[in-house]
Design a protein around this ligand. Structure first.
Ligand code: GLV
Ligand code: MN
Ligand code: MN
Length: 409
């Protein structure tokens, strides 16, 4: 059911700009780490926007924010979602676009005097980024029942702050049970965060699924020694093993097809220039569209690290931070996104997502579709993340079409 409705483009852009002011960084990006003061301010802004649209605003026990537009018939809702937390050096659109565009879809229907047949909702999920608390997609994972509320609330950030306490501190530990709203369909509009659409001069990415994600944390124990007096053969250098694991993981990317790997966090103790590191905590982000290849690489890295630690007289503990399998989206939803882009005269291609998204969690609950728009220079998780106004509006109009279609069906 194609509709003549269109998003109010200038208003979408001004709302995105308003949210980007919250936690704005001098480099032009955003820093709204999950459950920080900036996240609270972003949440307050979002709740005010939802209230001004007269949505039924509910907060669940993990802090997911839900704005509901009732339908003519009761029953499962068509949910539009994403997140408003960012990484420490985030941009203006990662996550924010899906939430703000979702609100604009509901605003467009309201202003047209349309009551959808089925209820509709916009959800901003807590801690999608996994930058402060792990795993990523934490709020949607709890929503979908993949992670218990108790375990999620007990997660600690790198400084030891407890998620549940932080949620209470910012006033977003809500009364609803996560997952309280049944889903009929889920759609997420997002920036691509990679270079493909821009390189191919296409306007829309029709997302076919999300690749697998494995995050590991290594804690390596050595011996603190004087850096000037201890001959090399007497050292048990935890920092050296961290470096070797990083290099080995990189080498795996040359050996295992489509494997991506990076060490994104390293903390050395005691952290003095002239002391051989006693302890290192470091992380690896491993991704692959193929679970077997992802597992192969992980096992090789675990084996290498264990053997190298033993040979060097170091202790080693490895902890899972996140583990999400590759997730294909429902073929019917892929078709609907493709059809909507075509009906709007937009060029598109099918594409697999390299980044994790709440959509991959929601895909276990209901038919799920995702829409990408181009990221200039393929940049994301970077303050220079940028998408053109025309692409932002085009993506929101595709979201409007697929959401309208699902809500009226
Ligand atoms: C989420 O942004 C991810 O790390 O893919
Ligand atoms: Mn995102
Ligand atoms: Mn992100």
């Amino acid at each position: 059911m194609t509709s003549n409705l269109r998003i109010d483009g200038p208003r979408l852009l001004s709302r995105l700009a308003a949210l980007a002011e919250i936690g704005a960084t001098p480099e032009g990006g955003c820093r709204r780490l999950a459950l920080s003061d900036e996240d609270r301010a972003g949440r307050d802004w979002l709740v005010a926007r939802m209230r001004s649209l007269d949505l039924d605003v509910r907060i669940d026990a993990i802090g997911n924010i839900v704005g509901i537009l009732p339908g003519a018939e009761p029953g499962p809702a068509v949910i539009l979602g994403s997140h408003i937390d960012t990484v420490a050096t985030g941009g203006r659109y990662d996550g924010a676009l899906g939430v703000v565009a979702g609100l604009e879809v509901l605003a467009t229907l309201r202003e047209a005097g349309i009551t959808p047949r089925h209820p509709m909702a916009v959800i901003a999920f807590t801690n999608e980024e996994g930058a402060r608390f792990q795993p990523d997609m934490l709020g949607s994972f709890v929503w979908g029942g993949g992670l218990s509320l108790a375990e999620a609330l007990g997660q600690r950030d790198a400084d030891g702050a407890v998620l549940g306490a932080e949620l209470g501190r910012i006033g977003y530990a809500g009364p609803e049970v996560p997952g309280f709203l049944a889903a009929r369909a889920y759609f997420e509009l997002h920036i691509e965060q990679g270079p493909v659409l821009e390189q191919e001069a296409l306007q829309i990415g029709v997302v076919t699924g999300v690749q697998g994600i494995t995050w590991l944390e290594f804690t390596i124990g050595g011996e603190p020694r004087h850096g000037g007096t201890t001959p090399m053969k007497y050292r048990r250098d935890a920092g050296l093993l961290a470096a070797r694991i990083n290099v080995f993981a990189h080498e795996q990317t040359q050996a295992v097809p489509d494997l991506l790997a990076n060490m994104g966090f390293v903390r050395m103790l005691p952290g003095n220039v002239n002391v051989v590191p006693e302890q290192v905590v470091c992380t690896l982000d491993l991704r692959n569209p193929d679970q077997a290849l992802l597992d192969t690489a992980e096992q090789a890295i675990r084996h290498f690290a264990a053997r190298a630690a033993e040979k060097a007289g170091l202790t080693l503990a490895i902890r899972d931070l996140a583990r999400f399998p590759p997730t294909p989206f429902d073929p019917a939803m892929i078709g609907k996104v493709e059809q909507a882009a075509g009906a709007l005269g937009l060029t598109c291609r099918r594409i697999i997502s390299g980044a994790g998204h709440d959509a991959q969690i929601m895909a276990a609950l209901c038919p799920t579709g995702m829409i990408f728009i181009p990221s200039i220079g393929g940049l994301s998780h970077n303050p220079r993340e940028f998408s053109t106004d025309a692409d932002l509006v085009a993506g929101a109009n595709v979201l409007l079409q697929v959401a309208y279609d699902a809500a009226m069906a």
